[in-house]
Write a protein that binds this ligand. Structure first.
Ligand code: ATP
Ligand code: MG
Length: 443
């Protein structure tokens, strides 16, 4: 193990070229204050990695030799959080900076650290030195420490070299490190997609066979990870990698099964189109909704189950609601779906049935529904993916932007078309003629 004092690990600013003005001023102030009080303090993790790559960091995380209680004593606006991993948050209004005390590696005999029978870390509160902290981090590119006061970068694990070569490499023995915390499997895929990096061979080798370990991770933690994986701007690429490494089936089994089952390819297209749109929205600074994401991911199962229930005689809306409850219950065994999101998912599904009613009263009410926009986007996505709802999607595109008079005409035309269709159907029944036009597939 390289020591903290190893000169080879100290990289001067003339070599690493981190632009000092890109470092958050508050983070710099916190580090200066900790150092003045006699502690070691550095920027660490994603922000150092991103600064070196010329990417604007999402947040600036700080690592220090000060204990959580010592940090609290230094900063008035400090709050300590977390049981599994104790951290200090220093508040500036509603924003905060995260400050973590250096951790040491540990086994189950340690006081503050715990590893379960499968080798998984359940608690990580054994404090240590900077040398020790480096080795318990996940990837080499995430284990770089930067002192913004001196301008010096510390690299004990070859992180700079891996950054230059575009490689994601786990520190230490890959299988052991993945077993310790299977979420690292998802993190490998997330960084590969985000940075366009390759996963280094030894790190990649055990990934597919260890993917099943994801089923042992708490569903609450996996929900957070799903959002980071699919709602961080590189969702489409990440999704493809999750499939490549056989992780999808342990994370979103209903989605994985649906893709296999649907020979038309419509569902796979729908998921890919939706993730592509989400990435685009994030690039444009627009909001995205986890409720919409789950509506897409579970749609195939819900739609099929609802159709089956309708065949057995259930009314359409009731069938959709029952199918929704079943699909969400099955998904929650794997990743949590907080009620505030799953309620939106249900509303989006339920409104799909209402797009068929085109009388003026109900159609106008639907456009005024708070969930209209999301449900309409969902309908367009279905149409674009190849489901037979194109005509519906076009009608609603016209209707929502039409004046009152135009709306009346649109609804009258729809009613006429429907009436004509009904009359033709009746005639067809009585004469046995085979020449009547087929009903539109959306009906
Ligand atoms: P992002 O840009 O997504 O925030 P990040 O690398 O900063 O990327 P965080 O989840 O914010 O990711 O974690 C901060 C740092 O903590 C990481 O860079 C890494 O050093 C360490 N870390 C986070 N999660 C793990 C883990 N599961 N195992 C080991 N180290 C981890
Ligand atoms: Mg981070």
């Amino acid at each position: 193990m390289l020591s903290h004092e190893d000169a080879a690990a100290h990289v001067p600013s003339a070599v690493h070229h981190i632009p000092p003005d890109k470092v958050c001023g508050r983070a710099k102030d916190v580090i200066r204050r900790l150092q003045k009080a006699g502690y070691e303090a550095y920027l660490v993790g994603g922000c150092v990695r991103d600064l070196l790559l010329g990417i604007t960091p999402k947040d600036f995380d700080i690592a220090t030799s000060a204990r959580p209680e010592e940090i609290r004593r230094l900063f008035n606006s400090c709050r300590l959080i977390g049981r599994r991993f104790r951290l200090a948050h220093i508040y500036y209004g509603r924003d905060y900076l995260e400050v973590a005390t250096f951790r040491a590696p540990h086994d189950d005999s340690d006081a503050g650290g715990k590893v379960n029978d499968e080798g998984r870390i359940t608690h990580d509160n054994v404090y240590g030195t900077l040398d020790e902290d480096v080795w318990r981090r996940d990837f080499t590119i995430n284990a770089l420490f930067y002192n913004p006061i001196s301008g010096e970068l510390l690299d004990f694990v070859g992180g700079l070299e891996d950054l230059r070569h575009g490689q994601i490499r786990l520190i230490g023995d890959p299988e052991m490190r993945f077993r310790e915390d299977p979420v690292r499997l998802l993190r490998a895929v997330r960084f590969a997609a985000k940075l366009g990096f390759a996963i280094e061979e030894d790190t990649r080798e055990p990934m597919t066979s260890l993917a099943i370990l994801l089923e042992g991770v708490s569903s609450a933690r996996l929900f957070d990870e799903i959002i980071k994986l699919l709602h961080s701007g590189d969702g489409l690429n990440t999704f493809r990698l999750l499939r490549e490494y056989d992780m999808l089936q342990h994370l979103l089994p209903l989605t994985a099964e649906s893709i296999e089952e649907d020979s038309s390819g419509n569902f796979e297209r729908m998921v890919e189109l939706s993730l592509g749109n989400t990435d685009q929205r994030l690039r444009e600074g627009k909001s995205v909704m986890p409720g919409f994401l789950y509506a897409v991911l579970l749609w195939h199962k819900v739609n099929l189950a609802a159709l089956a229930l309708q065949t057995e005689g259930a009314p359409e809306l009731q069938a959709l609601n029952e199918a929704a409850t079943d699909a969400l219950r099955d998904q929650v065994d794997f990743t949590a779906v907080p009620r505030r999101f799953s309620n939106i998912t249900r509303e989006i599904w339920a409104l799909q049935a209402r797009f068929r009613y085109r009388d003026l009263r109900r159609a106008s009410a639907l456009v005024g529904n708070v969930r209209f926009r999301a449900a309409y986007d969902f309908l367009c996505l279905r149409a674009e993916a190849g489901e037979p709802v194109k005509e519906d999607a076009e009608w609603w595109t016209t209707f929502q932007f039409a004046t009152q008079e135009e709306r009346e005409v649109l609804c009258r035309d729809s009613a006429d078309k429907k009436g004509g269709l009904r009359r033709r159907k009746k005639r067809k029944k009585s004469t046995g003629s085979s020449k009547a036009a087929p009903p539109p597939s959306a009906e």
